[in-house]
Design a protein around this ligand. Sequence first.
Ligand SMILES: [Fe+2]
Length: 220
Amino acid sequence: MSRTGDAPKTMHAAIEKLRTTLDRPRHGVDGSVERARRLAALTDRLETRHGYTSDHTAAVSRLAVAIGKRLGLRQDELANVELGALLHDVGKLEVPETILGKATSLNELEWRAMRRHVESGERLLHRVVDLPAVLGIVRWHHERWDGAGYPDGKRGDQIPLAARIVAVADAFQAMTERRPYRSRRSEKAALEEIRRNAGTQFDPSCVNALGDVMRAGASE
Ligand SMILES: [Fe+2]
C-alpha cells in the first residue's frame, strides 16, 4: 500500500466520521469506539510491511483496558483508556512512509520525525475529540517514568496514569509482534524485559498489573 494512495484520505475521512459520532452524544461512547477502531485499523495498515499484517492497535487497547481494570480504574476511565489506546498512534499519518517502514535503525533526523507523531496526533484529534484524558494518552504515551521520554519530559505521576498504562501495553505488544527490524519475542521474554525497565521507563505499578494480567491469562 502506498502512502500516496488511499490511506491518508481514508484516515482523514475516518477522523471526520469520528467527530460526527462525538458530536452526536446519542450514539454514545460505543459509537465513538467503533469509529476509533476503524481508525486504528488504518493506522496499523500504514505500518504493515513485509507481507505480514497486524492488529497492533486493537491489541494494545485490549491489554491497556485489562491493565486498567487490575489497577481499579472506573468505567468512565476505562472508556477513555480504550479510546485513547485505539487512537494513540494516529499521528503516524504524518510520518513519511520511508521512515515508518524502514527495516534498519533510524538516524537522528528520522527519529525526530518519528517522535513528532505524538504532537501530530494530538493536533489531528484536538478539534475532533473533546476528551482531555484521550488527548493526554495520544500526547504522552512515549513519556518515561524517569523523565527521559518525549515530547515534554514529564516524569512519574506527572504523566497521566492512562498514558502510563498505554506505554506499558504498547511496548509489550510491540515486543511480541514481528517487526521489519527484529523478530518477535515470547510473552515471557517481553514481560521480563518490561520488568527490567520498571522504575526507569515504566511505572512499576502498571508493570505489576501487566504481570497480573499475564498470570490470569495463563491460568485460564
Ligand atoms: Fe507511539
